[in-house]
Design a protein around this ligand. Structure first.
Ligand SMILES: [Zn+2]
Length: 359
């Protein structure tokens, strides 16, 4: 039973639905191949975002990432697509793009995959993000906090603003079906946003919005998928879309994180439905009686988002501090085992305070 009191009967008699939306930040063929091989072997077909074009001007935080302009990555992603994984959009590339580059990127996407992307998620501080920063929210208090305190003023992001050099809202509404907005620490999204996917008349350049469970990296992913949460997801007949970055610690050195393997094997052994994001949202949408989002649900979602974001930031700060302490310990061999069990460092690792409001 879910918050709105309705039961969902999933395809094939499954008792819950689970999928992943993998944002392509710092992803390379080497660091994401192991997780995709596992997902495929477990019968899971998830969604991977891509950047269709390279970032000619360079990127401080994301320079390591590969794009469809890298031949081996292009071939890897095309192969994933033929194996049934969904390929989605994460903007044109890793840094801000003017309209011309976004147009070129969408053309490239259609050329490679034969159709426009159905799903999109905004990326970091790219100014071409749509309805991002404080524009994600309507609650006046949260908008103020997001703008003034977190420095995420609404005017920084202009993808949805006609006349801006970063305007592409017309292309988005014409080509893309689903865009991700708020994310939470909750594994069962039916508890928080039973009305997803939903339309929002005040944000007309996005056709349908959806929510996700946030897991920034491999540590947060493993924490989210802990056995008690899996049990809860199944018992509640829940829906989970995890927003994560498979480039962040899942397959460093070409080897899959052992705990991630164990947890996904446990999940696959449960009676779940594991479709890509677009297919899951189509299915949920077909079961909705109305396409809007009740005001009370939206109000609760915004406050829950803010609460979860602060708590995740604090937890990340604690992890970062303990990692720093471990690194500063004299290397006497005894701490080796502890180090191996800790969060792996990423080439682009920023301090937790810099964590973008990606979720
Ligand atoms: Zn991103």
């Amino acid at each position: 039973m879910t918050r709105d009191g309705s039961h969902l009967e999933f395809p094939g008699g499954a008792r819950f639905a689970f999928t992943v939306m993998d944002d392509t930040d710092v992803a390379t063929v080497e660091n994401v191949r192991p997780i995709y091989r596992l997902l495929e072997s477990l019968g899971m077909r998830t969604t991977k975002t891509v950047w269709p074009v390279r970032c000619e001007e360079g990127s401080r935080n994301f320079w390591l990432s590969e794009t469809l302009d890298d031949a081996a990555y292009h071939d890897f992603v095309v192969d994933l697509h033929t194996r049934g994984f969904e390929i989605a959009f994460h903007g044109a590339t890793m840094e801000t793009s003017p309209r011309a580059r976004i147009t070129r990127a969408l053309e490239r996407f259609r050329g490679v995959f034969g159709a426009p992307p159905r799903v999109h998620a905004n990326h970091a501080y790219n100014r071409d993000n749509l309805y991002w920063g404080a524009s994600r929210l309507d609650d006046p208090v949260l908008r103020l906090l997001c703008g003034r305190v977190a420095g995420q003023a609404a005017h920084l992001y202009e993808g949805h603003c006609p006349g801006s050099p970063y305007w592409w809202g017309d292309l988005c509404v014409e080509q893309i079906e689903y865009v991700r907005n708020l994310t939470f620490s909750e594994i069962n999204l039916r508890r928080i946003n039973p009305s997803m996917p939903y339309r929002d008349p005040s944000r007309p350049y996005v056709r349908w919005w959806f929510s996700a469970a946030d897991a920034e990296d491999v540590d947060e992913f493993n924490h989210l998928l802990r056995p008690t949460n899996q049990q809860q997801l199944e018992a509640e007949g829940g829906v989970c879309i995890v927003a994560t970055h498979f480039g962040k610690g899942f397959g460093a050195g070409g080897k899959l994180n052992a705990e991630t393997r164990r947890l996904l094997q446990l999940l696959a052994a449960r009676n779940g439905w594991f479709p890509p994001v677009g297919e899951l949202l189509d299915w949920l949408r077909a079961r909705r009686e109305h396409d809007g989002l009740p005001a009370g649900e939206w109000r609760r979602m915004q406050w829950r988002w803010a609460r979860d974001l602060v708590l995740r930031k604090l937890a990340a700060r604690r992890r970062h501090a303990s990692l720093k302490r471990l690194r500063n310990q004299p290397h006497d061999g005894r701490s080796e085992g502890v180090r191996d069990g800790q969060r792996q460092a990423f080439p682009d690792e920023r301090s937790p305070g810099e964590r973008t409001l990606v979720g």
